[in-house]
Design a protein around this ligand. Structure first.
Ligand code: ZN
Length: 506
């Protein structure tokens, strides 16, 4: 690299770092609002989020940034596709092209609105009050559609929003994938539902919060979550966030009468955090220094939550420990009974508590409803009714209230409507496909889990997935890591194998 290019590359990196840091400052404000901020802080916090959002957007769209990227184009072309600099230039170019299409004033308005809407939701949900969120949601829908209009030429109004989280994917590609998945899933759910229901009463006994927290910390420490570069706090709706590669935080919530809630949220968020903690440190505060998409992020969280945390070998090791932590509630429960209880398949109301088999049906309901709202076919005022109708039709359960119905997930109340939920199902599919590849490379992974050892799996994920940050798009990464394009087959085989054994399906 000649001297001028080297200098320009340094200038570019310092500009990108400022943008990255403003994003992290905004995440810090957001984390604080979701954990410790008193409600009285909400109006000022909305203003502050809008300010930071506008400042970041002004930097993202700075003409000087565009000029630097232009000047560095010959340098990029001289490099191999997957070199760090070429990847940084490629991803920074895509971010720049996207950002300049959206006015800074719009983004400021949007961030400010989201902060107020989130605060409003935290009150509306416990009060079971959909009317309270409806005006906020109407504005969110307007803003979401307005955002899409900055990208004329889209195939579907949801595409620009899907692209924000799962770059390169479209409503049509996700719909096609979901349709074939649904076709395979529905008969499995039906066959299981025809069986006598499994008994999961043992996970609904009393589990003191402090002990749940202590056990969760023990497991995620063994997973490799680094508390020197992270911490865990309580929130309304668990999430992972980060302020640098050295500070990757997770949040959780507990229900003293339902063990799964806190336990599996903790394992899930730790999976997200392991992704971020294991990104190449050279990518710090650059556009490469984050996970590549919602789908791949969820593949990591769902893998640690389910493929590890709900597996039989895992509990062969951890169940005796769990029994020691909760002797009163679990001493008379066998490992087999416990394993069946945490893998109990049930058509239920809450996505985050759903089993692996029905989970994707929850996602499909949200995905379809948000596309209908964006298309203008479903009004916000009709959303609760549409939600309940879909739950009745798809899962055979009708929400008794909005709290556990349309108000249960934070997403629509704190971000755009559209573009986020598909990531969960993509993650389920990608996670299994990656786990297969990991096991091929290290055949002892499953055996290791039975001894509470996760090093080989974690290192494989680090080297093949996490380390690359945003270098590769989802499709590129999946192909590179597993040797095959994204497919529903590994996931369906996994479900049939695991649940076929549990429910004696033919
Ligand atoms: Zn997640």
């Amino acid at each position: 690299m000649d001297k001028t290019m080297k200098k320009k590359m340094e200038q570019l990196k310092s500009k990108l770092m400022e943008i990255g840091d403003l994003g992290y400052i905004s995440s810090l404000l957001n984390w604080d609002q979701s954990t410790y901020m008193p409600p009285g802080g909400a109006p000022a916090r909305a203003r502050q989020m809008a300010l930071i959002g506008r400042m970041a957007h002004e930097k993202q769209t700075d003409a000087k940034l565009g000029k630097l990227l232009d000047a560095l184009e010959p340098y990029r072309q001289s490099l191999p596709y997957d070199s760090d600099d070429a990847s940084l230039l490629r991803v920074a170019r895509r971010d720049f092209e996207l950002a300049i299409k959206v006015p800074s004033a719009f983004m400021a308005d949007f961030y400010g609105h989201c902060a107020l809407s989130y605060e409003n939701w935290t009150q509306a949900r416990p009060a079971n009050d959909f009317q309270k969120v409806a005006p906020f949601l109407e504005k969110t829908l307007d803003l979401s559609r307005q955002f899409a209009e900055y990208f004329p030429g889209y195939e579907h109004v949801g595409d620009p929003l899907i692209n924000l989280n799962d770059e390169g994917m479209k409503a049509s590609s996700v719909r096609a994938l979901f349709a074939s998945l649904r076709q395979q899933l529905v008969p499995i759910v039906k066959a299981i539902s025809a069986q006598p229901p499994a008994d999961d009463a043992c996970v609904h006994r009393h589990f003191p919060e402090s002990l749940q927290s202590q056990f969760g910390v023990e497991v995620i420490t063994a997973y490799g979550y680094d508390f020197k570069r992270g911490r865990q706090d309580k929130t309304h709706h668990p999430f992972m966030t980060k302020f640098s590669l050295g500070d990757v935080r997770i949040t959780t919530r507990f229900d003293e009468h339902f063990l799964n809630n806190g336990l599996f949220s903790t394992l899930h968020e730790a999976g997200h955090a392991l992704y971020e903690q294991n990104i190449n440190p050279a990518f710090e505060a650059t556009p490469l220094g984050v996970g590549t998409s919602s789908g791949v992020h969820e593949s990591q969280s769902r893998l640690w939550e389910n493929l590890v945390g709900r597996s039989r070998p895992f509990w062969e090791f951890y169940y005796p420990k769990l029994q020691k932590v909760f002797p009163q509630s679990l001493k008379d429960v066998s490992l087999e009974a416990f394993y069946r209880a945490i893998n109990h398949v049930k058509r239920s109301l809450i996505r985050t508590e759903a089993d692996e088999v029905t989970y994707n049906l929850h996602v499909m309901i949200r995905f379809d409803l948000e596309l209908q709202m964006l298309e203008g076919k479903l009004a916000v005022r009709d959303l609760p009714e549409a939600w309940n109708a879909r739950y009745t039709a798809d899962l055979g359960v009708t929400p008794p209230d909005h709290k556990d119905g349309v108000l249960q997930d934070v997403h629509w109340y704190s971000n755009f409507i559209g573009g986020v939920f598909q990531g969960y199902t993509l993650g389920n599919l990608i996670g299994v496909q990656m786990m297969e590849a990991a096991q091929k490379a290290h055949p002892t992974i499953v055996e290791d889990m039975g001894c509470g050892k996760f090093d080989a799996l974690r290192s494989w994920l680090k080297d093949n997935v996490n380390w690359h940050g945003r270098k590769y798009l989802t499709d590129e990464l999946v192909k590179r890591v597993t040797g095959k394009p994204l497919s529903i087959d590994p996931y369906i085989h996994y479900l049939k194998r695991k649940y076929g054994e549990l429910y004696q399906l033919s």
